[in-house]
Design a binder for this molecule. Structure first.
Ligand SMILES: Cc1cc2nc3c(=O)[nH]c(=O)nc-3n(C[C@H](O)[C@H](O)[C@H](O)COP(=O)(O)OP(=O)(O)OC[C@H]3O[C@@H](n4cnc5c(N)ncnc54)[C@H](O)[C@@H]3O)c2cc1C
Length: 431
């Protein structure tokens, strides 16, 4: 009997009340990074992972899938293959947190008690908050796609590669979103593809962003503005997508600029890449673990919950004020594990997360700016050269090396971010 079947049987036997030393909610990037380490260290069935999905996606690859560089299959693994061998997998969803009783309740009626809880549920990608977007994504030949879902990411390349010219619009919603670089990376790749396909001179590319800057860190924003100017892209800041009328190929944006209250503008499009707004999942929002906005309320330095000492959080579901990325999950996982072990010994959790996050800003089919920075927006670059410049080496790092680091390092709990390399490369002089 293979391990997948064993795990499925273990799950179907689950009901009533169970308990584990560690319960990890979510088998995504952050959840697996922590669960894998704990399962290795503490042995069989000490760790439970609650995760309803059959498959695990390496979402950072979806930019490359949308551009036809990688396939969706390359970004996907069966969940059974990435689940830590020693962990008990509950293939169901968390429906309620009851931290005062150190218990979580699941969709299949099981109550799972824990000594320590790690929450890594990700966030809600809210397609329905834009009127007409879901319909547009489902409608054949609507010209609307989004790299933010496994259901629509392959449409991006289909539309881009068959584009005959016209209006191509790329949108960016209000923050926070995961990987805030992704909405513009696909635009730079599209521009190059249009050139290759001889339709660039028949195409206007427009970037409509709800926020007022191209990127949150000035050093990288300055370089990206040069890329935008070189590629001849029109940018409208503080333009927030509110509605798509797919049958008319029109999109309505509200103008968020001061003095323009209530103003709406209609744009016609032939292709649109839409990035939907994102927010906290209801299961966290409605729980005692949430902050006022609905995110998991953790200490941004220690990743420990602010009220419940035996609860930790990781990744997109938390309220740590950094850019939500897989790279952030890596650095957070290293700090979280150290602090968890300290709490287990009755010590102070004093290991500190500096907000490290990274965004490989792909600017073409062989160029990339590797942005890396901390909570304060100060660059924290790994390599001993200026990463603000577009480089071919950083493109190959993004396309070929980081996926391997993800599958064999990060989700195995063996990669806590590049800090040791950064220090070594800078002869110990870097943070
Ligand atoms: C298009 C795109 C491009 C990106 N590019 C990059 C990049 O270049 N670099 C980078 O570092 N990051 C990038 N990211 C962001 C990165 O993928 C995420 O930040 C990261 O995966 C977050 O990990 P997580 O564990 O917080 O959430 P996820 O990996 O989303 O995992 C959450 C898990 O929780 C599960 N879950 C949800 N609800 C429940 C429930 N009720 N009960 C149990 N389980 C539940 C889900 O099924 C999922 O498996 C990109 C993302 C996208 C979409």
């Amino acid at each position: 009997m293979n391990s997948f079947v064993c795990k499925r049987l273990a799950h179907s036997a689950a009901a009533g009340v169970r308990s584990h030393q560690f319960v990890v909610c979510g088998g995504g990037t952050g959840g697996l990074a922590v669960a894998s380490s704990l399962a290795r260290r503490f042995g069989k069935d000490k760790v439970a992972v609650i995760e309803p999905s059959d498959v695990h996606y390496y979402q950072p690859m979806w930019t490359m899938v949308g551009a036809g560089i990688k396939t969706l299959e390359q970004s996907r693994r069966p969940m059974a293959d990435v689940m830590p061998q020693n962990a008990a997998w509950y293939k169901t969803a968390v429906t309620e947190f009851e931290p005062s009783k150190s218990a979580v309740h699941t969709q299949d009626g099981t109550t799972i008690k824990y000594d320590y809880l790690i929450v890594g549920l990700g966030l809600k990608v809210d397609f329905d908050r834009i009127k007409g977007l879901t319909e547009a994504l489902e409608m054949p030949s609507s010209g609307v796609s989004s790299n933010y879902s496994s259901d629509s990411v392959t449409k991006t390349y289909e539309y881009l590669n068959s584009f005959k010219g016209g209006e191509a619009i790329f949108t960016f919603p209000p923050l926070p979103i995961k990987c805030p670089g992704a909405p513009q990376k696909i635009m730079y790749l599209a521009e190059e593809l249009f050139k290759r396909n001889n339709v660039r001179d028949k195409t206007r590319i427009t970037y409509n962003s709800a926020i007022g800057v191209i990127f949150g860190v000035k050093k990288y924003a300055n370089e990206l503005l040069k890329v935008i100017s070189r590629k001849g892209i029109d940018v409208n800041f503080q333009h927030n997508l509110v509605e798509i009328i797919p049958e008319r190929k029109e999109a309505i944006f509200e103008v968020l600029k001061e003095g323009h209250e209530g103003e709406r503008k209609t744009f016609s499009f032939d292709f649109m890449h839409a990035t939907p707004p994102m927010g906290p999942l209801d299961v966290i929002k409605e729980s005692p673990l949430a902050d006022g906005a609905g995110w998991l309320d953790v200490n941004p330095q220690t990743m420990q919950h602010k009220k419940f000492e035996n609860v930790f959080g990781i990744g997109d579901c938390t309220n740590v004020p950094t850019s939500k990325t897989a790279a952030a999950c890596a650095a957070e996982s290293a700090v979280l594990k150290k602090n968890l072990f300290k709490v287990m010994k009755g010590q102070n959790p004093d290991s500190e997360y500096d907000g490290y996050t990274s965004c490989p800003l792909v600017t073409g089919y062989n160029t990339c700016i590797l942005a890396e920075f901390d909570y304060t927006g100060t660059p924290l670059e790994t390599f001993p050269f200026d990463q603000g410049k577009e480089r071919q080496t950083m493109y190959y790092l993004k396309a070929d090396i980081l996926p391997e680091v993800y599958w064999h390092g990060l989700i195995k709990g063996l990669w806590g971010g590049p800090k040791p390399f950064r220090k070594a490369m800078k002869l110990g002089l870097s943070k």
